[in-house]
Design a protein around this ligand. Structure first.
Ligand code: NDP
Length: 251
């Protein structure tokens, strides 16, 4: 039920952090995993890591903010691996500033990277998923899909948008046999949150105190949900937004 043997999964930003954690799960379940990012050295390291753990993996370059680059990625992925079954829209960024200090181009950059990219990638993947007989799209939201934060107006807007985009895609493509779901990670220890910890005094301790599981998440904590949402086990689940947060959102 959870096997991904014979499937090809593409993870944007799969070369580090949460993306690599999910890529690890997908590869372990048997998928050929394509990690797609801008930093080619980081991508090569990620592929080496996935292969060393016994997985099938490949790296491809993409800037998810550039529609032509995304179109090329999908074409190359299908040409090199013969098919595309799973798309994980994970690439993301933030600019931590109060709204009154956030420049329009900073707002736009966050929206482009986190939200518009998910639309562009899903749209470009759609014909390939159809050709594979159906498939899965997994969008990465955030606790800020649910909650507000003073330094995250663009990030929160983008991640709220990811949940609504997920619902729209899910209804549009259910008849195509394509399930679209969102994952809302809690606080996970990655480069992104290491930046936040440096910038926001006491963040590490506040997250620990607020999270019922009593710890920060690790990228590998996202492996299981990725496999579930990529596999036949979730064929009747679409349009959902599932927190993976050690209980943060219910405490
Ligand atoms: P990282 O900074 O470790 O990873 C972000 C990834 O996105 C990188 O691999 C980067 O690849 C890629 N990326 C960024 N911009 C682009 C671009 N324009 N084109 C292609 N790839 C790009 O952060 P996380 O692992 O923490 O974040 C991954 C996702 O999870 C994001 O969507 C984030 O918002 C979300 N998230 C993270 C949480 C956390 O606690 N860490 C909590 C909730 C959500 P490259 O370096 O090659 O550009």
């Amino acid at each position: 039920m959870f096997s991904l043997e014979g499937k090809v999964a593409l993870v944007t930003g799969g070369n580090g952090g949460i993306g690599l954690g999910m890529a690890g799960g997908l590869a372990q379940a048997g998928a050929t995993v394509v990690v797609a990012g801008r930093n080619t050295a980081k991508s090569a390291d990620a592929v080496a890591q996935l292969r060393a753990a016994g997985g099938r993996a490949d790296a491809m370059a993409v800037d998810v903010c550039d529609e032509a680059s995304v179109a090329q990625l999908m074409t190359d992925c299908a040409a090199r691996h013969g098919r595309l079954d799973v798309l994980v829209n994970n690439a993301g960024t933030t600019v931590r500033k109060k709204p009154q200090d956030l420049a329009l181009d900073e707002w736009q950059h966050v929206l482009d990277t986190n939200l518009t990219s998910a639309f562009v990638c899903a749209k470009a993947a759609h014909p390939h998923l159809l050709r594979a007989g159906g498939g899965k799209v997994i969008n990465i939201g955030s606790m800020l899909s649910i909650f507000g934060a003073p330094y995250a107006s663009a990030y929160g807007a983008s991640k709220g948008g990811v949940v609504q985009l997920t619902r729209s895609l899910a209804t549009a493509w259910a008849g195509d046999g394509i399930q679209v779901n969102a994952v809302l990670p809690g606080w996970i220890d990655t480069e992104l949150t290491q930046g936040a910890r440096q910038q926001v005094q006491g963040l590490y301790e506040r997250v620990l105190a607020r999270t019922p599981a009593g710890r920060w998440g690790q990228p590998a904590d996202l492996a299981g949900i990725a496999v579930f949402l990529a596999s036949a086990a979730s064929d009747f689940i679409t349009g959902t937004a599932i927190p993976v947060d050690g209980g943060y959102s219910i405490a």
